[in-house]
Write a protein that binds this ligand. Structure first.
Ligand SMILES: Cc1cc2nc3c(=O)[nH]c(=O)nc-3n(C[C@H](O)[C@H](O)[C@H](O)COP(=O)(O)O)c2cc1C
Length: 184
């Protein structure tokens, strides 16, 4: 049986996952990345198609270039490593869901090692630019990159509180019927 303390720890771990966009320079060791990639590999996907491939980017210049393409992945510039999610590009609805699961797993596995991470999206022609930079075939979908690195706690302290707020359960949970409030 799982002890109450272990359950509490796991729930706190899951609940505590936050986006980290400021990193220390120190590299992420290979054994950490191996764990992250192994957890990623075991992500569930619609019909178990596993419509993904991953490009691990460590080259500083490449990370800087990727951070500058159109989109919202500026945090890559200061990350020691990025993982680009390459989706098959065959079934947008399923792959979008699968990509979300894959992203969350990568972030959680990294967090288990104390490594922070953030999703970054390429948008518009930024997606084609990113593909060209990494020699990824044009027919694939490249939307998401995940920055990884040890959190720079000092830099993160200035982060506005509102950014991390969440709606209370009382606003988002209904009982038995939409619109019906429970005790939460
Ligand atoms: C689908 C999705 C796309 C996101 N895209 C970006 C992005 O392009 N750039 C970025 O810095 N953060 C991105 N994020 C991170 C969110 O901004 C972040 O999760 C949200 O602000 C809540 O912050 P927290 O996770 O630290 O609590 C994305 C998150 C999700 C789920």
């Amino acid at each position: 049986m799982t002890s109450t303390e272990a359950v509490r720890d796991r729930i706190a771990f899951l609940r505590g996952l936050r986006a980290v966009r400021q990193f220390r320079a120190e590299p992420v060791p290979q054994y950490v990345l191996d764990d992250v990639l192994e957890v990623a590999r075991w992500s569930g996907s619609a019909r178990n198609i596993q419509p993904w491939e991953l490009v691990v980017v460590r080259d500083r210049e490449a990370l800087r270039s990727l951070s500058g393409v159109r989109g919202y992945a500026g945090h890559l510039a200061g990350a020691p490593v990025g993982i680009v999610l390459v989706m098959a590009g065959e079934n947008a609805e399923q792959e979008t869901y699968d990509e979300g699961r894959l992203s969350e797993r990568i972030m959680l596995a990294a967090a288990a090692h104390g490594v922070g991470s953030s999703i970054g999206w390429f948008s518009g022609d930024g997606r084609s630019h990113a593909k060209r930079m990494l020699s990824i075939p044009e027919e694939r979908l490249v939307r998401t990159v995940i920055s990884l690195g040890y959190p720079d706690e000092e830099a993160r302290r200035g982060r506005p509180r509102a950014e991390q707020a969440r709606k209370p359960l009382s606003e988002i949970v209904y009982e038995e019927e939409y619109g019906q409030r429970g005790d939460v």
